[in-house]
Ligand binder design. Structure first.
Ligand SMILES: Cc1cc2nc3c(=O)[nH]c(=O)nc-3n(C[C@H](O)[C@H](O)[C@H](O)COP(=O)(O)OP(=O)(O)OC[C@H]3O[C@@H](n4cnc5c(N)ncnc54)[C@H](O)[C@@H]3O)c2cc1C
Length: 646
């Protein structure tokens, strides 16, 4: 009998709150979830919440309470001839199934059981109930108590380590228990002399690895590497915070991402591989496609994200809609002409499509790659073909990670730290690297330490700078002149929702957009607040002339403010939090002809490279994740050779 912890949300209000709260605790950890989060996620009021629960702690007692319910309702449904041990084991496995998707929650209940009196009481009740039930089955209280301890011990080890398969762990422990208990009547006494075999230990060679950079790429690579017991390491991060350009911070109740947090095509995104392979737990929400708009001239019309929107949109004429639909089909089938053209510009120059459709293609590339139209025309045809093949096959084109990037970076950090073999060194920038006595020596302000392997997980420009003056400098030369993708970012946190006509508005005339972040993720704002993020793509053309550049950036800022004025009247008066950056680096290497993405390995250079300026699948954060995964796998594949050499 399997009774899942989270049942269908068709019950009464109280149960809905419990169900939602436990889900949030399981996903983010008890400490990370506030009563306000629970209220927001349940769609109830504070009054309703406190009517049912005296505090957040009271909700934590729901876990032992539900386990008690399972013990009470549990019934043997297997063969009549089953032994008492088989029956007892089956009950414990049923209990384990109930919590197996909630390791963070189980961990929180263990950690808080001595602090929260109510929880301690609930757990004592569960202990007494389970031991009583097991005693009935086995007719022996000592054995029953032992099985209870075994169950709780297994839960604790599972929840506080990375061992994610609870059922296997419990089955294995039960097997050893049966071997002891089942040997009736000769159950060994406490005075039993354990025969401890003498092992001839072969010393295992541990590879010591330095990862430089604690952004999405560095944390991802280190999380993969930390799974190997044959690797130890240090992640060096020069700033005080983790996450790099994906770091998250709080201001006046608003949760702000330094960068945006849209995941394009999440069902086909590398993050889904990470979710499985690194056992990440996060929730995402799709941006409402029907509320994604384009502004062209003075007309606001649906963005052609799918066939429903394509029918409704005014952005192209009916004839061009048919052609665009055929192009999408060709893209999905991998037979679109794009692949045969060096750049988007070359394709558009020869295409017989109408001007409005050409403009649409250009605009799509601007929005997905965060670049200006001039740059969009320089994106290689093969890159566009691969990118849109993936995106058009996706069922979920634009998604947000609920609760911000921090939900991911925190879990990656936890995973690395919990291996016990890795150190996370914040505020420890790497100043220098050299090779001596068969090792790579890294110097920071705090130490000079040697490593067997080094992985660079930072923008390519910074890699080039760090390797200046070393024997490897010449090999980095081809990557020196790469240009980065930069944008103007304009975040505003508003005291109240001033207007919510759509989730995303893209200004086709001026190449900028505003996302109503809180329309998709309301956990990022204080009650009733609104969080808007404006992003303007920047052209490189005025580079070199500082005066012109300043005037250009000021003009972009004014255009952005005018876009806010048009669609969010009253935003200026309601602003509580404002952040503007006129030069935010979205991607360290712009994916246009003339630029070169750095491979994960370079001939004649002994290091590994990852980050959003390296070769990998997708663009932006996906490239950071995918290149980190590739680089980590390459390094892991070296382990047998490394072990053999020592
Ligand atoms: C405004 C904006 C909007 C964005 N929107 C999106 C979006 O919607 N979707 C999306 O997928 N992506 C988006 N991105 C891009 C995404 O944030 C980046 O692609 C991703 O965060 C890059 O990760 P990274 O690990 O490769 O690099 P980084 O985040 O730059 O990490 C590198 C780290 O290395 C550290 N470092 C550098 N030098 C040293 C040194 N010498 N020693 C130690 N540490 C060092 C840095 O401090 C940094 O923490 C956006 C970015 C911005 C800025």
């Amino acid at each position: 009998m399997k009774m899942p912890l989270f049942r269908a949300s068709t019950r009464k209000k109280r149960e809905r709150v419990v169900e939602t709260a436990l889900k949030l605790f399981a996903r983010h950890g008890y400490d990370q979830v506030s009563v306000d989060d629970i209220i927001a996620a349940t769609g109830t009021s504070k009054g309703t919440f406190y009517h049912y629960f005296a505090s957040k702690e009271a909700l934590l007692c729901e876990l032992p309470r539900q386990q008690c319910e399972t013990v009470k309702q549990w019934d043997w449904t297997g063969a009549e001839a089953a032994t008492p041990f088989e029956r007892a084991g089956s009950l414990l496995l049923t209990l384990c199934h109930q919590v197996e998707n909630a390791p963070l929650l189980v961990k929180s209940t263990f950690a808080l059981s001595k602090e929260v009196a109510l929880l301690e009481k609930a757990q004592a009740e569960f202990a007494s109930l389970l031991i009583g039930r097991l005693t009935q089955m086995l007719n022996d209280r000592q054995q029953a108590t032992y099985l209870y301890d075994l169950y709780m011990g297994t839960l604790w080890t599972w929840a506080s380590s990375d061992r994610t398969d609870l059922e296997t762990a419990l089955r294995r422990n039960l097997y050893w228990a049966w071997r002891g208990l089942g040997n009736q009547p000769g159950i060994p006494g406490t005075d039993m002399q354990w025969q401890v075999p003498k092992f001839v230990r072969k010393e295992k060679k541990i590879m010591h690895v330095a990862v430089i950079g604690g952004g999405l790429a560095g944390l991802t690579a280190a999380a993969y590497l930390s799974q190997s017991t044959e690797i130890s390491g240090v992640v060096f991060e020069r700033s005080p915070q983790w996450g790099g350009r994906a770091f998250t911070y709080e201001k006046s109740g608003f949760t702000l991402n330094y960068g945006a947090h849209a995941i394009y095509g999440i069902d086909r995104h590398t993050i889904s591989q990470l979710e499985k392979e690194l056992r990440l737990q996060f929730a995402s929400r799709e941006v409402n496609k029907r509320q994604v708009m384009y502004e062209k001239g003075t007309n606001v019309t649906p963005a052609p994200l799918d066939f429903v929107n394509l029918v409704k949109t005014d952005v192209i004429t009916t004839g061009q809609k048919v052609r665009f639909a055929a192009e999408i089909a060709a893209m999905i089938g991998g037979i679109h002409q794009f692949r045969n053209y060096e750049t988007l510009g070359d394709y558009l120059a020869e295409s017989h499509a109408g001007e409005d459709l050409k403009e649409l293609w250009e605009h799509l590339v601007c929005s997905n790659f965060f670049i200006s139209p001039e740059d969009a025309r320089r994106v290689p045809g093969s890159v566009i073909a691969d990118y849109y093949h993936n995106l058009f096959l996706s069922q979920k084109p634009v998604n947000y990670i609920l609760g911000s990037w921090a939900v991911i970076t925190e879990q990656l950090k936890q995973k690395i730290a919990s291996s016990g073999r890795w150190e996370l060194a914040a505020q420890e920038g790497v100043d220098n690297i050299r090779y001596e006595d068969g090792k790579y020596w890294i110097t920071t302000k705090n130490r000079s330490a040697s490593f067997d392997r080094v992985m660079f997980a930072m923008p390519v420009q910074q890699v080039v700078k760090l390797l200046k003056g070393t024997p490897w400098e010449p090999f980095l030369k081809p990557y020196e002149s790469n240009t980065a993708t930069e944008v103007l970012v304009y975040d505003v946190g508003l005291s109240h929702v001033v207007n919510r006509p759509f989730s995303y508005i893209s200004d086709m005339n001026n190449k900028m957009f505003i996302t109503d972040v809180s329309a998709t993720d309301h956990t990022l704002v204080p009650e009733g607040g609104q969080l808007l993020q404006g992003v303007a793509y920047l052209s490189d053309e005025t580079d070199g002339d500082t005066k012109d550049r300043k005037a250009y950036l000021d003009e972009r800022q004014q255009q952005m403010e005018a876009l806010f004025d048009r669609h969010y009247p009253g935003w200026r008066e309601a602003t509580v939090v404002k952040r503007m950056s006129k030069r935010a680096m979205v991607q360290s290497v712009k994916n246009v002809v003339g630029n070169r993405l750095l491979p994960n390995r370079l001939d004649s250079v002994p290091f590994y490279f990852c980050g959003d300026g390296c070769l990998g699948k997708g663009e932006l954060a996906e490239r950071a994740f995918s290149s980190a995964r590739n680089a980590a796998k390459l390094l892991l594949s070296e382990l047998p050779v490394f072990a053999g050499q020592h």
